[in-house]
Design a protein around this ligand. Structure first.
Ligand code: BYC
Length: 328
């Protein structure tokens, strides 16, 4: 019903859709999964490339703030765990690039769009990780926010994206626990460690709230994305769920959420909380975050320095194909 009220691709109402578009919308409304070989409106394909591509880039760029701490992890065990987590993020990026490739875009194109600023990655990775407690906060808050957003995406309408999300969510829940475990150790440790944990929460709280995107009123894509079941929930709904889940966890840690307006609202059955600074969010999206230049430089360097590997692999594949052809 909701989907029927919403305008579809090109601003058409349901009555204005072609029979092919209406049949596609019927499949979405019936909860069917769309596969790469199925017909799909061009807007649906482009929107998926935008969202899955952005998601894949986020996983890859997301390795940088954590990778920064691998050599400085406090124990061998913590180092091994962090290494495994960062490797998982690389895997997530690869599943997602593969899912996007089924829509007719290559990984090279997506990377070039990232490097030229035409594709984004999550705002959260433009913030620095200044202390070991930040690694705890990233796992607890950033992976916590990611799970809140990604669990519903397991039911997204596009098959390859939904299947990638099922695998990713399993690993994300391990990531979130390891972050909370670090926070527990720090928050219940010495006074200096407790202060580091509080400082990490202070700096990561609002950037984590920004991960869900702008308020529904400012969200340009939500209505169409929800009609196509690319997105299952609104940005504000997920942000609220995240706050409601995380505040009791902060209380358990004995830490204070940096929001004076935070208060339980009995009537709505959730917390009232302060909005993040949306001006800061939009500046970060324009590449003006504290670590934006650093992150893009790291991606650009990796792309340029990896050219010889791509060339060698292409030459090897061409040689193998030529040998196969000669043998036939
Ligand atoms: N950061 O109309 P809206 C991870 C953009 S990785 C940057 O609400 P939509 C992890 C948005 O793209 C986490 N940009 O958009 C990895 C749009 O701009 P364009 C990544 C953002 O798509 C490693 C404009 O703002 N997760 O968890 O309906 C280690 C208007 O927004 C952000 C995903 O990518 C943002 N936070 O909703 C640890 C999940 N928010 O493209 C952890 C999949 C908004 O028109 N993505 N924008 O120029 C989604 O669910 C949706 O795309 C969003 C945005 C909820 C993010």
């Amino acid at each position: 019903m909701y989907a029927q009220m919403i305008k579809s691709e090109g601003g058409k109402s349901r009555a204005e859709m072609s029979p092919q578009e209406a049949a596609f919308q019927d499949r979405i409304d019936a909860g069917e999964t769309i596969e790469p070989q199925d017909w799909m409106p061009e807007g649906y394909r482009k929107t998926l490339i935008r969202q899955i591509g952005q998601h894949a880039h986020s996983e890859i760029v997301g390795q940088l703030p954590e990778g920064n701490w691998i050599t400085r992890a406090p124990t061998l065990e913590r180092k091994a765990i962090l290494l495994a987590k960062v490797q998982d993020e690389a895997g997530h990026g690869l599943y997602l690039y593969c899912a996007a490739e089924t829509l007719g875009i290559s990984r090279d194109d997506m990377t070039e769009q990232l490097l030229s600023g035409r594709m984004k990655y999550s705002s959260i990775f433009n913030y620095p990780t200044l202390s070991w407690a930040d690694i705890g906060a990233v796992g607890w808050l950033v992976d916590g926010a990611a799970i809140m957003n990604q669990v519903p995406l397991q039911r997204t309408s596009y098959g390859p994206y939904s299947r990638a999300m099922i695998r990713i969510c399993k690993e994300e829940s391990f990531h979130q626990r390891q972050g909370f475990d670090i926070m527990m150790k720090m928050a219940k440790g010495t006074e200096a460690q407790r202060r580091m944990a509080q400082d990490a929460l202070d700096r990561f709280w609002y950037p984590s709230l920004m991960m869900f995107g702008p308020s529904d009123a400012e969200s340009v894509h939500s209505a169409q994305n929800m009609a196509w079941r690319i997105k299952i929930n609104g940005n504000d709904e997920l942000r609220q769920k995240f706050v409601d889940q995380t505040v009791p966890q902060a209380e358990y840690l004995g830490l204070t959420v940096p929001d004076e307006k935070l208060a339980w609202n009995e009537e709505k059955g959730g917390y009232d909380f302060s909005e993040p600074d949306w001006e800061e969010f939009f500046a970060v999206l324009k590449g003006q975050g504290p670590e934006s230049a650093e992150r893009m430089k790291a991606r650009r360097d990796a792309w340029e320095e990896g050219q010889w590997v791509r060339d060698a692999m292409s030459a090897h594949a061409a040689k193998k194909a030529a040998r196969r052809e000669a043998a036939e």
